[in-house]
Ligand binder design. Structure first.
Ligand SMILES: [Zn+2]
Length: 153
């Protein structure tokens, strides 16, 4: 697969920042870049070095790629190896299908460009996820110090 196939003009669900990062770091084909999850719960895109001695991971956390694009630093992480990284199988197939939702499964980021809103329902334009508006009342207990003149006498 060529980098041009990830261009945001191909599909509005594709991330302009991911495209810029892939282009800047010479990722001509997606086969070189894979998604990995670390034991501490972070998600990265990059390459696990095949060198049998070093075997360290080179790449960047997803959040940095999505917010900084081509400016996101791409470096080798001394402590990240095959021992504490798990490859996410099928990432690129999912990305090609639903775009940025494959990177942001909880739908935390991207506002209006992502949602089609009708009344109290909204549908993600990229993956089809449906969310309903929930209305609730929030009560919060607070405390403060008050002066009581009667106690003072
Ligand atoms: Zn979605």
């Amino acid at each position: 697969m060529k980098l041009s196939e990830l261009h945001p003009k191909k599909n509005p669900a594709y991330s302009p920042n991911l495209y810029r990062w892939m282009r800047k770091h010479g990722a001509i084909t997606r086969e070189w870049i894979e998604m990995y999850k670390s034991d501490d719960g972070r998600t990265y895109l990059g390459t696990l070095e095949a060198d049998p001695v070093v075997k360290e991971f080179c790449g960047t956390v997803i959040g940095s790629i999505l917010t900084e694009g081509g400016r996101a630093e791409d470096y080798c992480h001394m402590g990240l190896t095959a021992k504490n990284l798990t490859k996410v199988e099928g990432f690129w197939e999912e990305y090609l299908r639903i775009g940025r939702c494959a990177l942001d499964k909880d739908h935390y980021i991207y506002g209006d460009e992502r949602w089609d809103e009708t009344g109290d329902t909204r549908v993600c334009k990229w993956c089809g996820r449906v969310e309903m508006r929930e209305r609730y009342t929030f009560t919060e207990q607070r405390e403060r110090w008050v002066y009581d003149a009667e106690v003072q006498s």
